[in-house]
Design a protein around this ligand. Structure first.
Ligand code: SF4
Ligand code: SF4
Length: 81
């Protein structure tokens, strides 16, 4: 009886960990428009063409973004976080 209760609690904890990790992985990079110098590097480096220049600022399309984070290291202004 006690063993079953412990098993249920462990499963619950594991589920919470999985849900938390899934939520964290959904956090996509964002462009700080104030920092963007419109160099276009992120547009060129994005492997799925999820970034375009809109009004001289880079904008990430959340639908296309695969969260690889390449744009974060590609940005010379550290404008993508
Ligand atoms: S995280 Fe990857 S896929 Fe998403 S915008 Fe940046 S480079 Fe493109
Ligand atoms: S790499 Fe950085 S500075 Fe250049 S366009 Fe993209 S966000 Fe703007």
């Amino acid at each position: 009886m006690k063993k079953n209760k412990l098993k249920q609690i462990l499963i619950l904890i594991l589920m919470l960990i999985v849900i938390t990790l899934a939520a964290v992985n959904k956090i996509l990079p964002k462009v700080d428009a104030a920092e963007c110098s419109a160099c276009g590097d992120c547009v060129n480096y994005c492997p799925v063409k999820a970034i375009e220049m809109v009004g001289n600022k880079a904008v990430i399309d959340a639908e296309k973004c695969i969260n690889c984070k390449i744009c974060i290291s590609a940005c010379p202004q550290n404008a993508i976080k």
